[in-house]
Design a protein around this ligand. Sequence first.
Ligand code: SF4
Length: 133
Amino acid sequence: MSDTGRTPKSNRLIMACAGSANTGQMTYQLALELTREGQGNLFCLAGVGAHIPGFVSSAKKADEILVLDGCPLSCAAKNLEQAEIPFKHHIIMTELGVKKEHGKSPDTGEVARAKEAILKALPAALPSLFPMA
Ligand code: SF4
């Protein structure tokens, strides 16, 4: 079961920095939306950052990992690097043209445009681990 309580559709994990600025918030929103749309599975980055063995070993077993960071500080990617977990895709919201602003909620249009850019950068959803009969 993924963090959203739905049955996993693929073995691509999605990890978001989930920071407090608009750009960080949108990474979590995007990770949720991409998970709901079958593009991967939201995964607990905090568990990885805490070096909890089950989280680290599950992440290491993933076929691929999509990391979403809000800004170039790349907190999510650094969490993975420190746990020696390789990741394939790393997308930074400010590099998509979103201005980082504290105390601001994500803009709906910017979230939609970021999702479009992410989907263009990703290969199609990975084959299902649990194909529908
Ligand atoms: S990557 Fe940037 S937006 Fe995300 S948690 Fe770190 S400082 Fe905040």
